[in-house]
Design a protein around this ligand. Structure first.
Ligand SMILES: [Zn+2]
Length: 113
């Protein structure tokens, strides 16, 4: 779904506690994109902003490329490798997971705050 949502081979996200997330201007449009969650996008320009999944209801995954400084939160791993487009790969040595994200511990979330 990330490929269809973004129109790109990959997206980079940072998970943040939903309770800590605020949007400074406006609110994202929410679209139920599958039976597991929602995609959030800008109602003005259509930009892909975030995703939310039911199995982690207290988190929102923010699209890093939409931040003023995307380098602030470097990626820690890859997910859904089984959906990788054959002509695309990355050269980093980050852990790769064939399907969804591993369960994250609270200390890792604290690093991202
Ligand atoms: Zn916009």
């Amino acid at each position: 779904m990330c490929q269809r949502f973004s129109g790109a081979p990959v997206m980079a996200f940072a998970s943040v506690p939903r309770a800590d997330l605020t949007f400074e201007r406006g609110s994202p449009v929410r679209h139920r994109s599958s039976d597991i969650g929602e995609r959030w996008f800008c109602g003005k320009c259509g930009g892909s902003l975030a995703m939310w999944v039911e199995d982690s209801p207290d988190l929102v995954d923010i699209a890093l490329a939409t931040l003023d400084d995307p380098t602030y939160v470097p990626p820690a791993f890859h997910i859904w490798r089984e959906s990788r487009i054959g002509w695309f790969d990355t050269v980093d040595a980050l852990p790769r997971h064939e399907r969804g994200r591993p369960k994250m511990s609270e200390p890792k979330l604290r690093v991202w705050r």
